[in-house]
Design a protein around this ligand. Structure first.
Ligand SMILES: NC(=O)c1ccc[n+]([C@@H]2O[C@H](COP(=O)([O-])OP(=O)(O)OC[C@H]3O[C@@H](n4cnc5c(N)ncnc54)[C@H](O)[C@@H]3O)[C@@H](O)[C@H]2O)c1
Length: 354
């Protein structure tokens, strides 16, 4: 295969961010991924709003725009599908795409329920296609530096609280279409937390509930303690209604005050701003940190989507070179399961195995 012929479903804001990499247009794509970005072409685009699909065909090319995702799934000239719709369609569209033999790049969160996670893992194993979740923090320089320097931390502390109260009318706040701020945005930080922990989680105990909204669902506040199978321990704080800017210097280039902090016997580090920047501190005479504060995202300029430009090219590379995706269905399932188990623990008051 010389090129990846791409079908696109859901032509909104995040789709635009990904399609900026088609043909290696974005200057923010990493050098090693550029050759793969050049080998992606858009073939068909679908959205429930035809005008959006047509506008993206005008901008990024493609043989057709449609309101019918089935046309994309069954198109023999499509190798892979990028799914950037609202969250309730992620699992059903993923399953249909794999059934049709298409490779899948799914925006986060991969799934909204435990049953959906299981179904996707099962379909991925049966279909043999490449299935990748668009977790952007794994592509970020600061997070990678932290992982290299402190690969087996004994404490992992994650913060994913945002300043504002998410509007009730926002689709992502809808319990069916979106699942709320913790599932929608917190999932980035949960993924980075597990990536940096380098260990399997064992159990979680959470307190929380609904503090900032009028509806009983979704949960908008979680304060959780996590135990890992290798003996490490950690915490996850997620929700909306305040704290983001208090916890990080602003302005941040990617605009994201979330962070994951790791600690190991006098060595500590914090990955911030979607993992693009990192800070290190040493009280271990045998370890000199690589730098104090990375400013990597500043190096990429004011591109608020930085990190994202590498995702689609990395997906193309794993198809063209038959490599394992950098964020797999198992990673997507870990994240959704963890958040749902936090909700369960907060509801029942019990420690929940993961
Ligand atoms: N990685 C990130 O930093 C990041 C940032 C924002 C959004 N996202 C994710 O990207 C995805 C899309 O979010 P967005 O902000 O682009 O939303 P959006 O509303 O801008 O775009 C979604 C598009 O999907 C279309 N759509 C909805 N349901 C559909 C269906 N059943 N079939 C076909 N099209 C459908 C909508 O008409 C819309 O054009 C979500 O999963 C979201 O969580 C990721």
């Amino acid at each position: 295969m010389n090129t990846v012929r791409l079908g696109v479903i859901g032509c909104g804001g995040m789709c635009r961010a990904h399609l900026g990499s088609v043909g290696a247009q974005s200057p923010a794509i990493s050098e090693d991924l550029r050759p793969f970005a050049e080998r992606i072409e858009v073939r068909g685009l679908a959205d429930i709003d035809l005008s959006k699909a047509e506008a993206y065909r005008d901008s990024y090319g493609g043989a057709y725009a449609t309101t019918d995702p089935e046309r994309v799934f069954t198109d023999p000239d499509i190798d892979a599908v990028l799914i950037t719709t609202w969250h309730d369609t992620h699992a059903p569209y993923s399953l249909r795409a794999m059934e049709c033999g298409k490779h899948v790049l799914i925006e986060k969160p991969m799934a909204m329920t435990l049953a959906e996670c299981d179904a996707i893992l099962d379909a991925e194993a049966r279909s043999g296609v490449k299935y990748m979740v668009a977790f952007r923090c794994r592509f970020a320089t600061g997070a990678r530096d932290v992982k290299r320097e402190i690969p087996q931390p004994d404490n992992i502390i994650a913060h994913a609280r945002v300043d504002g109260i998410w509007p009730e009318g926002l689709w992502a706040q809808d319990p069916i279409k979106g699942g709320g701020q913790i599932l929608s945005q917190g999932c980035h930080v949960v993924d980075m937390m597990f990536y940096l922990a380098g260990a399997e989680p064992e159990s979680v105990y959470a307190v929380g509930g609904v503090f900032h909204h009028s509806q009983p669902d979704p949960t908008d506040t979680i304060n959780a303690v996590v135990r890992y199978k290798n003996g490490a321990v950690g915490a996850f704080l997620g929700g909306d209604g305040g704290t983001g800017r208090l916890m990080a210097p602003h302005p941040l280039p990617c605009g994201c005050p979330f962070f994951v902090m790791v600690v190991s016997k006098g060595r500590s580090a914090i990955a911030i701003d979607h993992g693009h920047d990192a800070r290190f501190h040493s009280s271990d005479p045998d370890w000199t940190p690589p730098y104090e504060f990375g400013n990597h995202s500043q190096d990429l300029g004011a591109d608020v989507s930085s990190g994202v430009p590498d995702i689609l090219p990395a997906f193309a590379r794993c198809i063209l070179q038959d490599e394992a995706p950098p964020a797999s269905a198992a990673d997507g399932a870990h994240t959704t399961r963890f958040i749902l188990r936090c909700f369960e623990s907060a509801r029942t008051g019990k420690v929940v195995p993961l």
